[in-house]
Design a protein around this ligand. Structure first.
Ligand code: GAR
Length: 187
């Protein structure tokens, strides 16, 4: 199987990146992580790129032409698929147009509920019964593209923002690779 050259975008811990790297080492997994892009120099996730000898690059997304820089790197590494794994910056239309239907994002809520930031505190405030994660295609609107997979769990009255985050991330580690397999099985 020819694996798709994939770039993972991160801003923080990179535990989803680590999980995707782990899955990509399986011959039957459809993607190869060929590049990691971060917009935070101090992102802990960079360590996973280093550890597994994956090229990585820091792009300062506060500069105007940052998306052209990103596109140059994507070209250089022949990237045909992009995973946003905790990338805390809205992707520019320029990149979305060039990678139409080829960018997916993982979000820590059951979309369309709780788009954007601070999902767990808003869920608790709203007395939600269920939490979970969603993997979806990225379009020009925030957290609004077609859903590929969702996974949920019941919230109990002892849950806090921290327990919700931990439980959600456990589901994310199953949902992200499953979504990728689903996409490429259908092509
Ligand atoms: C993940 O839980 C992901 O759902 C969330 O950031 C976390 C990154 O964790 N993404 C968003 O909130 C995007 N709006 P990680 O860096 O350990 O993979």
């Amino acid at each position: 199987m020819v694996k798709k050259n994939t770039c993972v975008f991160i801003s923080g811990q990179g535990t989803n990146l680590r999980n995707l790297i782990f899955h990509s080492r399986d011959n039957s997994f459809p993607v190869k992580i060929s590049l990691v892009i971060t917009n935070k120099k101090e992102a802990h996730g960079i360590n996973f790129a280093k550890k597994f000898k994956i090229p990585y690059v820091f792009i300062d997304t506060t500069f105007n032409n940052y998306d052209n820089k990103i596109l140059l790197y994507l070209k250089k590494y022949k990237i045909s698929f992009i995973c946003l794994a905790g990338f805390m910056k809205v992707i520019s239309k320029n990149i979305i147009n060039k990678y139409q239907g080829k960018i997916i994002n993982i979000h820590p809520s059951l979309l369309p509920k709780f788009k954007g930031l601070n999902t767990f505190s808003r869920m608790l405030k709203n007395k939600e019964k269920k939490a979970g994660c969603t993997v979806h295609f990225v379009n020009a609107k925030l957290d609004s593209g077609n859903v590929i997979i969702k996974k949920n769990f019941n919230i109990n009255n002892r849950d806090t923002e921290i327990t919700l985050k931990n439980k959600t991330q456990k589901l994310e580690y199953r949902a992200f690779p499953e979504a990728i397999i689903r996409i490429f099985r259908n092509i």
